[in-house]
Design a protein around this ligand. Structure first.
Ligand code: ZN
Length: 587
């Protein structure tokens, strides 16, 4: 018995020594990086730091009766004071920022606000509107603005939120966030209030308006967005170009995830601006500019910058270059005179991102290489790369070498392969990835890149980015038509739960007088309206829009709402639970 115990102990001791020697001998033991890098101590590129002066918080008076509020939110809000009332251009991104501006404007004039012009649908121009409605003003926007606003607020709200937070760095704390390229900080966190707006006056191509003796021409000028409006005040030769020009390289493609902006439309808008020969230019981001000659040369440089990358991108694409090669070629030959122009510094968009956007605009995702037609899954590809190199330790060593030789981008790419392969030594890779991101953030002149790198570090450290329930609800419950509201559900169908089955539901809304059928078939929810849809329904619900919004957002249980008398359900309440189970609305 005693001999057996000794034998087992010796064997275990031997195994322990062998394991210890193995660990000593392996690179994974020797290369144990310390987590010394963090998003909190990353120096800012000196040019980007200097650019922050552009957003110093103040009210800039122009002429006698125009005031530009800069630095209160991401965009500018503008007050134009007429004889007996005022006009506001844009309302910032949240109630808190808008209220500060409103207060500052009240100190200038107590005249009522009779018109609010929203230059385009982006939240930083529109979501603070609730603070400007006291005097029941006309709310003026392009005829398509509401449609674009609802896309952001509804069917792609989740991803728009998380990517927007990364691009603008809104979740970065004190000392981490420098600026957002075209403004200070986007104030759109979980604690900020906001409101979706409904235009009361819409613009198609051009509209002349007069308030308080001031006549403005509101002109549709698609560029940075399709619904962009610029405002021309002929009497004073003041042009409000909205976001078609700012003191930063044009964001032809926004990394938060947008369609590439059509460069030719944007150039046309800038040409239109030139033709007006403005003497004062007041954009919705960055500072006003005055002087006819100065404005002309600035707009010319801006339009030429866009035309250059557009034309050169096509030149290289036509020669068969792929997306990355095209971007590289265009960046290499971008003229120095444009590169050094203060309005074309890459604080926001960049030459390469814009060029890649143009590549996608014309050719879509396929770069022409047959290997990209049926790509391996991310997991399979990364596991195969690990095998080709030898093993995870060998690849990890390559990441360390890349880091030590200052090839931070390559180190980052290797880290992603290791993380995607599911290697168990994740913390070591994470540490190297964080160090790569810190180094790249320090080198970045683009605020968007810096913010994205640093927010990714916070994610690697455990932060989760997702909109809070009140933010989602505030957006979708702001949708006016119930048909629009149902689109929120349509993009959340779970085809596995529906399987091969079919389901037809009818919703009658007593307050909005809408009758909506939802047909579930082939993994799709198809919306139909009207009463001429005569197939037999599996479920009929009669209710009000507010009750249904609470049920659909999972705020109120359908059975509870039914018991409270807010819903009439045929043939029985559990059918509504079945219907709801076909949608993933978990937050
Ligand atoms: Zn903007």
């Amino acid at each position: 018995m005693w001999e057996a115990f000794l034998l087992v102990s010796t064997a275990l001791g031997g195994i322990f020594v062998l394991v210890f020697l193995y660990l000593i001998g392996t690179k994974q033991y020797r290369f144990s990086p310390k987590v010394t890098f963090t998003a909190r101590h990353v120096p800012v590129h000196p040019e980007l730091k200097n650019h922050s002066k552009t957003f110093q918080k103040e009210i800039i008076p122009i002429a006698e009766n125009v005031h530009v509020a800069i630095g209160f939110g991401l965009a500018n809000s503008i007050l134009i004071e007429g004889t007996d009332c005022c006009i506001i251009i844009d309302t910032l991104e949240c109630d808190e920022a808008a209220e500060e501006v409103r207060e500052a404007f009240r100190a200038i004039t107590k005249k009522p606000i009779k018109a609010v012009i929203i230059t385009h649908f982006h939240p930083d121009h529109a979501y603070g509107i609730g603070c400007f409605l006291d005097d029941n003003p006309d709310v003026i926007a392009h005829e398509t603005t509401r449609k674009f606003l609802e896309q952001v607020a509804n069917i792609r709200s989740l991803i728009t939120y998380s990517r927007g937070m990364k691009q603008f760095g809104s979740l970065l704390g004190e000392g981490m966030h420098e600026n957002s390229g075209i403004g200070g900080k986007l104030r759109f966190g979980p604690s900020n209030g906001f409101k979706l707006f409904n235009p009361t006056v819409t613009v198609s191509k051009q509209l002349e308006v007069t308030y308080g003796g001031i006549t403005l021409e509101i002109i549709h000028a698609p560029g940075e967005t399709e619904d962009q409006l610029m405002i021309w005040w002929p009497e004073k030769k003041i042009l409000f170009p909205a976001d078609n020009i700012y003191t930063a390289f044009p964001n032809i493609y926004a990394i938060r995830g947008t369609m590439a902006r059509d460069p030719l439309l944007w150039i046309s808008a800038l040409d239109k601006m030139l033709s007006l020969q403005p003497e004062i230019l007041i954009p919705q981001h960055t500072r006003p500019l005055s002087g006819k000659a100065e404005i002309k040369s600035t707009i010319t440089a801006y339009r030429d910058g866009i035309q250059f990358i557009h034309d050169q991108a096509l030149k290289w694409m036509n020669q068969g270059c792929n997306e990355i090669e095209t971007a590289q070629k265009v960046a290499e030959c971008f003229p120095n005179a444009l590169k050094s122009h203060p309005y074309l510094k890459e604080f926001y968009g960049t030459i390469k991102w814009g060029t890649r956007g143009i590549f996608h605009h014309y050719l879509g995702w396929f770069g022409g290489q047959p290997s990209s037609l049926h790509k391996l899954s991310t997991l399979k590809r990364s596991q195969n790369i690990v095998k080709v190199v030898g093993n995870e330790n060998a690849l990890f060593e390559k990441a360390l070498i890349a880091m030590k030789t200052k090839h931070y981008q390559f180190a980052l790419e290797i880290c992603d392969v290791l993380l995607e392969s599911g290697w168990t030594w994740m913390n070591k890779v994470r540490a190297i990835k964080i160090e790569s991101l810190c180094q790249l953030a320090e080198l970045a002149i683009s605020a968007n890149a810096r913010n994205w790198y640093l927010t990714t570090i916070l994610e690697l450290e455990g932060m989760e980015i997702k909109p809070q329930a009140p933010q989602i609800k505030a957006q979708i419950t702001g949708l006016k038509k119930m048909e629009d509201f149902f689109r929120f559900l349509v993009v959340r169908v779970n085809p596995e739960k529906l399987d091969e089955g079919e389901f037809l539901a009818r919703f009658c809304f007593t307050d909005t007088d809408e009758d909506i059928f939802v047909q579930l078939k082939h993994g799709c929810a198809t919306l139909r309206t009207g009463t001429d849809f005569n197939e037999g329904c599996d479920l009929t619900v009669k209710t009000t829009s507010d009750v249904w919004k609470s049920v659909a957002c999972r705020e109120v249980n359908p059975i509870t709402a039914w018991m409270g008398g807010g819903l009439s359900i045929q043939p029985h309440p559990f059918k509504l639970s079945t219907f709801m189970s076909y949608f993933d609305v978990a937050q």
